[in-house]
Design a protein around this ligand. Structure first.
Ligand SMILES: Nc1ncnc2c1ncn2[C@@H]1O[C@H](COP(=O)(O)OP(=O)(O)OP(=O)(O)O)[C@@H](O)[C@H]1O
Ligand SMILES: [Mg+2]
Length: 350
């Protein structure tokens, strides 16, 4: 049987990339297909390479082609990362940074919002994705609850245009669902929501895209780790010893074989209490040095300690993260964290 490009494409439509729930042809992953009498050669463009899915897809493509065209043909498949191809809505994004925690309510969203603002204040182009589909809070923290992002069309494909507030490009699942009505998300829905926020949006050129993750180690974390090229994760904890078990679980997840996301460091939130009339006083109400101890136990740097202060919470509720304040000590604490994150990103990209 003579081998033609269209026959090869037909066969490759049977090869499913399960992470995105469609075949590699429909997903536009096929690249530089070249066929001759006895040879088929092409590249497959993956969001990232160091995941088991790559091997599975390459093997099943090889098997399907051999079944159709025979054992004697030469098949040459090269997986390449999306970045190398310079394509995809994330092609202009230099670093994706996840803000994670095993535990709910430790201040992930507060840290993500303020880290985004602090990075922008130190001269970077920043985007922020609220991937907490179970309890999106970024719209409130940026005062854009009633706004909706626009849509543009590029190369026949609709793309969501992130909102821009305080110099940060923002997207949240909260813009698309009624957050008053509790949603029961099944795994594939959660995955597809994350893919839409990341891959179906017009992110443009960014130095950092910060991702505010839901608590725990569920589908969202797994999809992010397996389908996207994440530079690193920042883990948020509070000083309570009880929080550490959860922090360790989150850290362990990112360190699992094949889904490795480098841990950039730990942020100890609510590390101490400072009364607003005595900002120089520090009361270590949950104990002192715990963040340091957790960071040492995980063998990662402690990127910063953020106090419990009412203004952090008030600023979050009012739609302007505290890191926007020109000369507040807390804003400076976040700027210091941002600078350390930048240093760690440089180290981990070496
Ligand atoms: N350092 C702080 N000082 C005072 N209040 C804080 C601080 N950090 C967070 N908060 C407040 O604690 C609450 C929980 O914070 P946040 O929503 O950031 O946590 P989270 O880890 O994202 O929670 P969830 O798991 O629900 O997503 C918010 O009301 C926030 O304003
Ligand atoms: Mg949150």
């Amino acid at each position: 049987m003579s081998i033609t490009k269209s026959k090869v494409i037909e066969v490759l439509k049977s090869v499913i990339y399960f992470t995105k729930g469609d075949n590699i042809v429909n997903l536009g992953m096929l690249d530089e297909l070249d066929v001759s009498d006895d040879k088929i050669q092409f590249r497959i463009v993956f969001p990232r390479l160091n995941v088991p899915a790559v091997d599975i897809v390459v093997k099943s493509a090889t098997k399907a082609l051999r079944e159709k065209f025979g054992e004697q043909i030469t098949i040459n498949i090269t997986p390449i990362p999306e970045k190398e191809k310079g394509r995809g809505p994330l092609a202009g994004v230099r670093h994706i940074i996840a803000v994670a925690s095993g535990k709910g309510g430790v201040g992930k969203s507060t840290v993500a919002a303020n880290l985004a603002v602090a990075l922008a204040r130190t001269g970077s182009q920043v985007g922020l994705v609220d991937a907490d589909i179970y309890g999106p809070s970024i719209p409130m923290m940026f005062g854009v609850i009633d706004e909706a992002p626009g849509v543009i069309e590029r190369e026949g494909k609709p793309l969501i245009v992130p909102l821009e507030k305080h110099g940060i490009r923002l997207l949240s699942i909260g813009f698309f669902v009624d957050t008053d009505k509790p949603l029961v998300w099944r795994g594939p829905m959660a995955t597809s929501a994350l893919n839409q926020l990341l891959s179906d949006a017009d992110w443009g050129v960014l130095d950092y895209l910060i991702i505010d993750l839901p608590p725990g180690t569920g589908d969202i974390q797994l999809t992010l780790a397996q389908s996207y090229s994440v530079t690193g994760a920042v883990v948020v904890t509070t000083p309570q010893k009880l929080a550490f078990a959860d922090v360790r679980r989150a850290a362990t997840m990112f360190r699992q074989d094949k889904i490795t996301i480098p841990l950039l460091g730990l942020i100890e939130n609510m590390a101490y209490f400072s009364p607003s009339d005595m900002p120089d006083k520090k009361y270590y109400i949950f104990g002192k040095g715990h963040g340091e101890g957790f960071a040492n136990a995980l063998d990662i740097p402690l990127l910063g300690q953020i106090p419990i202060v009412e203004q952090i919470s008030v600023a979050g509720d009012n739609g302007s993260p505290i890191a926007l304040d020109e000369d507040s000590m807390i804003a400076n604490a976040f700027i210091e964290v941002a600078q350390k994150v930048k240093t760690m990103v440089k180290e981990s990209s070496k």
